[in-house]
Design a protein around this ligand. Sequence first.
Ligand code: GDP
Ligand code: MG
Length: 457
Amino acid sequence: MILLINSMVMDKLGSALKDSLKKVAKSLFFNEKLVDEVIKDIQRALLRADVNVELVFKLSKDIKKRALDEKTPKGISQKEYLIKIVYEELANFLGGERKGIVIKKKKPFKIMLVGLFGNGKTTSSAKIANYYKKRGYSVALVGLDVYRPAATQQLEQVGKSVNVPVFVNSEQKNPLAVWKEFEADLNGYDIVIVDTAGRDALSESLIDEIKDLNDEIKADENLLVINADMGQTAKKQAEQFHDSCGVSGVIVTKMDGTAKGGGAISACAATGSPVKFIGVGEKFDDLEEFNPEGFVGRLLGMGDLEALLEKAKEVMSEEDAKDMTEKMMKGDFNFFDLFEQLNAMNKMGPLNKIMEMVPGMGGANVPKEMLDVQEDKIKKWKHIMASMTKEELENPDLVFNRSRIDRIANGSGTTARDVRDLLKQYRQAKKMMKMMKGVKGMKEGDMKKMMKKFGMK
Ligand code: GDP
Ligand code: MG
């Protein structure tokens, strides 16, 4: 798996997805725009990894639908839930929870490998034999590649390397006849692995041959062996093989190379048959059971997911944040609060209207600028706040500092002037909060009522 992670493209795919989820964790709030942004990032990452366009769009549609429709379970924030959905859908896309092969107690349990030339069937058959032999099964290999002159020798050789009996007949040019010749002998083994012939491309003759073999052998697993660098042709290939023999699973080989794994991902999604094993090298030990959830976890950064979720929790503490009213009564007021307030203002309409509804505030001297804050300004401020660190959001005084202002302006794609503008807004809002605190006759209950009007708790 370490090798796999070193694979360049997978690494890139992983970091792109990771960055996207970091964006979620860092964003201040959850809305459709955030969902769209995340989906766009995921699309970009998958398309770059050569995943089929249609599949990418299907995946994004599924994520979006769930993100917007599903009710967020109690105890986690919407943003955490979005991360969870992305993670689940990606894992699902790769084959869900399923992994490996369940070897049934019947003799023999038959595994047939199909695929085109050079994709790694013969190598994989030895790897699988090795894999199950180590787990205590008696295993045999049967060679049905009757076309390539060296095929029988190659199988004998790899069989010897993993110390497993090999059944071949280099004289016989009919694969079905080879099978029939050894069928009785094979009944004595727990697992029989059938290595078949390939072609340069999927041809009528190969399909017919596989169909015939499939009808006769009736393998418990038909595994399509596909090279990781197959690219998008993998989808069509997977479908055609699926039609001819009902592919029950995929082995993706050469995952140790720099190939784009996206083609294989497509293949597996297209056939609805999960990746069961991955080949990660030329040695016979270089085979791993594929675990989609673990794989996605690693794609997203080897355990970083936990940290991400933690981070999302931190920023998204609205649910368990201290009561706003309490905070304001104490005179604390930071950017988180301002942000909430601006959001609420957006929802509630003009502030002066709200003020009128608050006892004692109707005639209050509220600064004019405070009252006609335009929506696009608010939008800009939100971007600016999204570029602040958590520390800065909690301690606005830190931001009254030139280098911080420049950094934040840069990060948010705004100007230092815009940042100063927000700082001014912050000071005014804070002043107003103090003012409200000072309004005679205004009880805590009234304040709470007003906060409720604001859309705050
Ligand atoms: P077949 O024609 O489908 O039977 O393919 P082979 O099993 O003969 O494999 C073709 C080539 O791919 C051989 O040189 C193998 O060593 C190589 N190969 C197979 N699987 C892997 C893998 O997972 N990683 C690497 N690096 N090479 C592999
Ligand atoms: Mg072969």
